[in-house]
Ligand binder design. Structure first.
Ligand code: CA2
Length: 145
């Protein structure tokens, strides 16, 4: 069975350690456990990188090996046409995921390049929302012919 890719962008390695009023106290290691528990038998390839180049390389890996992508691109959401181009090459379902509600923030956080490819966008459900994203992408995969 092909894995789900759960990809996390810059600074998310600090999750649970900074700005708990916005991002909560759940760590990225706990997010990984949340995703694995929600995925059941479906394998998860879980990654975090602070590098745009590595994030794009991981999307390329998913293009070759992945069933679906859940991506929290963090700041690259709002800056990276290269990431958008890579995601456009992926044929399976893509969920863009944000822990916080980016639309409640300053206007610079309102225009997402990644949303131009994402099949679904989730924002504001907190770190526990990754479980909902995994559940949703499994449903999307089950509905595919
Ligand atoms: O809400 C999200 O998940 C974000 O994608 C997180 C990004 C931010 O740039 C997006 O606007 C929304 C990263 C925030 C900075 O990284 C931190 C990580 C952990 C704790 C505090 C900050």
């Amino acid at each position: 069975m092909k894995p789900l890719y759960v990809l996390n962008g810059p600074n998310l390695n600090r999750l649970g350690k900074r700005e708990p009023s916005i991002y909560g106290t759940t760590t990225l290691a706990e997010v990984e456990q949340i995703c694995r528990a929600a995925a059941g038998d479906r394998p998860i390839a879980f990654h975090q990188t602070n590098s745009e180049e590595k994030l794009i390389d991981l999307v390329h890996e998913a293009i070759d090996e992945g069933a679906g992508i859940i991506i929290n691109p963090a700041a690259f959401t709002f800056t990276s046409l290269a990431l958008l181009d890579a995601l456009k090459m992926f044929e399976g379902p893509v969920i863009e995921f944000h822990i916080s509600n980016i639309h409640r923030r300053e206007p610079i956080y309102h225009r997402s390049y990644v949303s131009m490819r994402a099949d679904a966008v989730m924002a504001g459900l907190g770190a526990e929302g990754y479980a909902t994203a995994v559940s949703a992408i499994l449903t999307m995969l089950a509905r595919r012919p």
